[in-house]
Design a binder for this molecule. Structure first.
Ligand code: ADP
Ligand code: MG
Length: 304
């Protein structure tokens, strides 16, 4: 189990993280979400031991994670970290990059393991290609495969699919996260993409202004977001008194009701139209099956 105990940190006097406290069990998948600059990457770096903590402690099982002041070489064998920058060896091939840390005394095992991971990240066609010829998304996949090569007990991923195009993202995510589950590898994913979280994360932490403002399952936070910042992660929402936070899909357009609004515009959104409407002095967003015309009068029902 990873234990992050009351961790406080700042690069200068300003605190980037304050009294951060949480645990991650073996094989568990934790998502850290928050706006850009909220400290997600910093938290991963602290867990990896890249900096000395100002206050608090971090443990993996019984071992304390120590910063550079106490540890000559940053990093531990049981933990791998895929940074936002993924530093690879540009003039060597994809398979050499992935197998870099595997023992060359067992060439067959090394090849088997490398092939297995190339499949997980769907780079079969590029195994012999030099990394410098790859796109950003392909490099990102090599970095993920390399981090998995020696089967860590815990993997830290910083916006792991940010460079990968939408055509391939969903399949790749499923491959990687299912692979981690099948090997019981714990993982912490820093992200602002809800698709990295929904369907995969067991727990979710929301960082805001240096603090954890929520920690729960994605389902519970979706059902009871408590703050607009949390709701915004899940989709379009409105704040309507006396209902509170109401997602766009919790408003129906009905024949008759006391809640009347006027259509402003409709946005096509694949499986639905997002209707922007004027309600009293405010704008509302509503998910609807059809395109509506500006100035149409509509009646609304809220079900949440
Ligand atoms: P996130 O990953 O959520 O976008 P970061 O952890 O990268 O956020 O950054 C959190 C805050 O710390 C930001 O205000 C950022 O400018 C600052 N910061 C990040 N890295 C450094 C650094 N090496 N030196 C000084 N400040 C930094
Ligand atoms: Mg970051």
């Amino acid at each position: 189990m990873l234990q992050v105990k009351n961790v406080t940190f700042g690069y200068s006097k300003t605190k980037v993280l304050k009294a951060i406290d949480f645990n991650v069990k073996a094989g568990e998948h934790l998502a850290i979400i928050g706006e850009s600059g909220s400290g997600k990457s910093t938290l991963l770096k602290l867990i990896y031991g890249e900096y000395d903590l100002k206050e608090g402690q971090i443990f993996w099982k019984d071992e304390e994670i120590l910063g550079p002041k106490y540890n000559l070489v940053v990093g531990y064998d049981f933990m791998k970290y895929v940074t936002q920058e993924f530093d690879l060896m540009p003039v060597t091939s994809v398979e050499e990059n992935i197998g870099k840390h595997l023992s060359r005394f067992y060439p067959e095992e090394k090849q088997r393991r490398t092939d297995e991971l190339i499949k997980v990240v769907e780079l079969e066609a590029f195994a012999k290609t030099k990394v410098k010829f790859l796109s950003g998304g392909q490099k990102q996949r090599v970095a993920i495969a390399r981090a998995l090569a020696k089967e860590p007990e815990i993997l830290l991923l910083d916006e792991p699919f940010s460079h990968i195009d939408n055509f391939q993202k969903q399949g790749l995510r499923r491959n990687v996260f299912n692979y981690l589950k099948s090997k019981n590898i714990a993982c912490i994913v820093a992200t602002h993409d809800r698709n990295d979280v929904l369907g995969f994360a067991d727990q979710m932490i929301v960082l805001n202004e240096a603090e954890i403002i929520a920690k729960d399952t994605p389902q519970n936070l979706y059902k009871n977001p408590r703050r607009p910042l949390i709701a915004s992660f899940f989709g379009e929402f409105n704040v309507i008194e006396p209902y509170g936070i109401v997602y766009a899909n919790q408003i129906q357009i009905v024949e008759k009701s006391d809640l009347k609004a006027t259509v402003i515009t409709s946005y096509f959104n694949a499986s639905f139209w997002l209707i922007q409407a004027q309600y009293k002095s405010e704008f509302l967003f509503i998910e609807h099956s059809k395109n509506l015309q500006a100035d149409d009068e509509i009646c609304l029902r809220i079900t949440k």
